[in-house]
Design a protein around this ligand. Sequence first.
Ligand code: ADP
Ligand code: MG
Length: 456
Amino acid sequence: MDNKELWQSVLGELELQISKPNFQTWFKNSSITEKGDDYVVVSLESSFAQEWVENKYDKLILKLIRNFEPEIKEIHYQVQPQNKPVVVITKKKTELPSEIDNLNISEFSIDQKTNLNSRYTFQNFIVGSNNELAYSATMAVIQELGKKYNPLFIYGGVGLGKTHLVQAAGNELRKIYKNKIGIRYVSTETFVNEVINGIKNKRMDDVKNKYRKVDVLIIDDIQFIAGKEKTQEEFFHTFNTLYENNKQIIISSDRSPYLLSTLEERLRSRFEGGMVADISYPDFETRMAILKLKIQTQHSSIFLSDDILSLIAEKFPYNIRELEGALTRLLGIVKIRKLNPTKENIGALLNEITNQRIMMIAPELVIKSVAEFYNIPEKDLISHSRKKELIKPRQIVMYLLREYLKYSFPTIARKLGDRDHTTILHAYNKINQDLIKNHLLTQEINLIKEKIYNRH
Ligand code: ADP
Ligand code: MG
């Protein structure tokens, strides 16, 4: 086996074991450049990739290589000679930063020039296993603006810190460059409205100028651009203008470029051409750190033991906004009812808060959320139309009503336009089956569930 074949075999295995964005990001253009008796040298695209792969994947790669060449004991990593190493990675923060004492997060404002909200900073952002890839990538972008990772595409579910991270990047750049470079943050909803109004009032040149002259464009929740052709067109040109001039583009989305189904292919491939990093659910330690940070900055007069905090952290694994919201609500109730924040009291209050939620989910909300997710009219989901694009979304509605709201098959059949209840049974089994092998479907259903959960 020569070096090339060996590396190809290892990559083949690696691809199965790590997520797609990770694989593409770290192993793009990698190779084995040298092989000794008991070692190999692996060459990677950047110093950023080198550090990351060495820290995260060394053991795995060694194991895989040894499947083919058992005598290998060590791997050395280097940056491909033609790519000079420039990036220095900021060390991961596991402890709470000390500046926090001086911050007052509740006091915040939106800067006119950049449209950034000053409450989002790196000082009040906890880096955990769920977001460290996205965080490191953002740091690398800050250090090599417009050059290496362009665009930077951050994706993840609702309430997991996308807006916080991309705005923190903007605020950090503002701090470093002062007014020397133009930074602009915009939500996709605002951008869509500006384009629509620009067209209506014949002022498209203003919109073009506003966005094409910046050095850093941060666009939040790009999934809302799907299906809006004119806006996509405009964004595509803005994107190209910025990109060709080495201006940095930072994008957030609730799903990977891969899942932006109604996005023009040419835009999607632009997105995939840069750095794609995901933010996933925070693990328990991260949630605890976030709760502590919140208390320290916003409720500093209250002390809650780790025991009590872990009760809260355990209840809200899927959404940081909800975790924060629950803490604020709990402390509010404690104050109003003049309770002692004991473990028993907090436990009881938590049950009170969470029980209210599940009972209140209406089937209409499930239908609405699925319709929105797939960009189809609600009534089509309930109709008996056999259009191909309706089949899967409709089956997902059935699945969710059964699995999540626990309705019986006949009840679901009635609610969805008087169908036969065996149709529902079939759909439920089908989705359950598909979920086992289809990773993307799992992602889609999780996203829809989050949307439902965040709505009511
Ligand atoms: P998204 O844009 O993904 O829906 P946000 O960025 O709005 O989520 O985050 C939701 C809330 O959670 C915000 O108040 C944000 O400050 C907070 N948050 C999210 N991630 C973190 C984190 N890693 N550390 C501290 N706070 C966080
Ligand atoms: Mg957001």
